[in-house]
Design a protein around this ligand. Structure first.
Ligand SMILES: NC(=O)N[C@@H](CC(=O)O)C(=O)O
Ligand SMILES: [Zn+2]
Ligand SMILES: [Zn+2]
Length: 351
């Protein structure tokens, strides 16, 4: 399909890092301008572990939101071995908590309080299964003897599959999948299992951060893999299959923290995600599946209705002039550079 103009329901972001304080104030308007809702990742320092943490964080998010934007933060809890099933029950039943996030200890940014022994959270998983609240997983093992490029595939065998066998009714989202193994597993796993895919993993492979010098702004976790995996993600995202939906994993870090001898993981895409995605779907002749990926499949999995508002995309002759960086107090945050010019703009129709 080749178009210069099309309309979709307003999208949601099913995996987003907003951080806190000044960073929250700087990044939230980028998301609330384009997305109606977002699943808010709980990996603050210290993490969002209890309902009262989540309630306070939600209030700070709403405080930072531009008044004119309609945006609903969907709160999550960070699972630890001390998570209390009774607190989870209260949070889910009150409507505050929409999902719980499993970080294997040490797997990614701010995951030190994550889970070391998965069996220790089985009572919480049992409760979540009963409440029908989704488990979101950062799907990588952290064992030192497992090569970083294999960590997602090994996680499926060692952690995810055993959880699914033990809790067959538990809803599970494999977050930010990066491999054909992830795609195949999710496809084969029954309707309780889904996956988010980021914008950047549809665009870059591992050459982006390794060829021609080390490129810290393309470093994220899970790391982008070889080209065949990127193509598998493209196929999944553009197929219309309801198990795959957008989670940008937009993850801001100050440039000083990324451009370092030990640079941290995370790519910031909130500003240009929709333009990048329209480019990707057009390239794959799949603009007719864009709405499913960005606006329909996520709400369906979470049991929510899709947004009523719509947005119109239109292609312009001149490339978009988006900022390469933005300031947060004295720091700069670099925006994801897709490596090609962007021509797709969008505007709200009935926001
Ligand atoms: N994706 C990343 O590379 N980083 C995320 C954490 C995460 O989602 O794993 C972050 O919080 O910076
Ligand atoms: Zn993660
Ligand atoms: Zn993330």
């Amino acid at each position: 399909m080749s178009l210069s103009d099309f309309v979709i329901r307003r999208p949601d972001d099913w995996h987003l890092h907003l951080r806190d304080g000044e960073m929250l104030k700087a990044v939230l308007p980028h998301t609330s301008a384009d997305f109606a809702r977002a699943i808010i990742m709980p990996n603050l320092v210290p993490p969002v572990v209890t309902c009262s943490d989540a309630e306070a964080y939600r209030a700070r998010i709403l405080e930072a939101k531009p008044e004119c934007d309609v945006f609903e933060p969907l709160m999550t809890l960070y699972l630890t071995e001390g998570t209390d099933p009774a607190d989870v029950e209260l949070g889910v039943k009150s409507g505050l908590i929409k999902a719980l996030k499993l970080y294997p200890a040490g797997a990614t940014t701010n995951s030190d309080s994550g889970v070391k022994t998965i069996e220790n959270i089985y009572p919480v998983l049992e409760k979540m299964s009963e409440l029908d609240v989704p488990l979101l997983v950062h799907g990588e093992v952290t064992d030192a003897d497992i090569d970083i490029f294999d960590r997602e595939a090994v996680f499926i065998d060692r952690v995810l599959d055993p959880i699914r066998q033990r809790f067959p009714k538990l809803r599970v989202v494999m977050e930010h999948i990066t491999t054909s193994n992830g795609v195949e597993y999710v496809k084969s796993a029954g309707d309780k299992t889904a996956a988010t895919i980021t914008t950047h993993h549809l665009i870059i492979n591992r050459n982006a951060y390794l060829v021609g010098g080390i490129k810290p702004h393309y470093y994220c976790l899970p790391v982008a893999k070889r080209e065949s995996h990127r193509l598998a993600l493209r196929e999944a995202a553009t197929s219309g299959n309801g198990k795959f939906f957008l989670g940008t994993d937009s993850a801001p870090h100050p440039d000083t923290a990324k451009e370092s001898a030990c640079g941290c993981a995370g790519i910031y895409t909130s500003i240009n995600t929709l333009s990048c995605l329209a480019h990707v779907f057009e390239q794959d002749n799949a603009l007719d599946q864009f709405e499913a990926f960005a606006s329909l499949n996520g709400p369906a999995f979470y049991g929510l209705t899709p947004n009523e508002q719509t947005i119109r995309f239109y292609k312009t002759d001149a490339p978009l002039d988006l900022p390469a960086k933005f300031a947060v107090q004295k720091e700069q945050v670099s925006v994801f550079d897709p490596g090609f010019a962007l021509f797709w703009r969008h505007e709200a129709i009935n926001a």
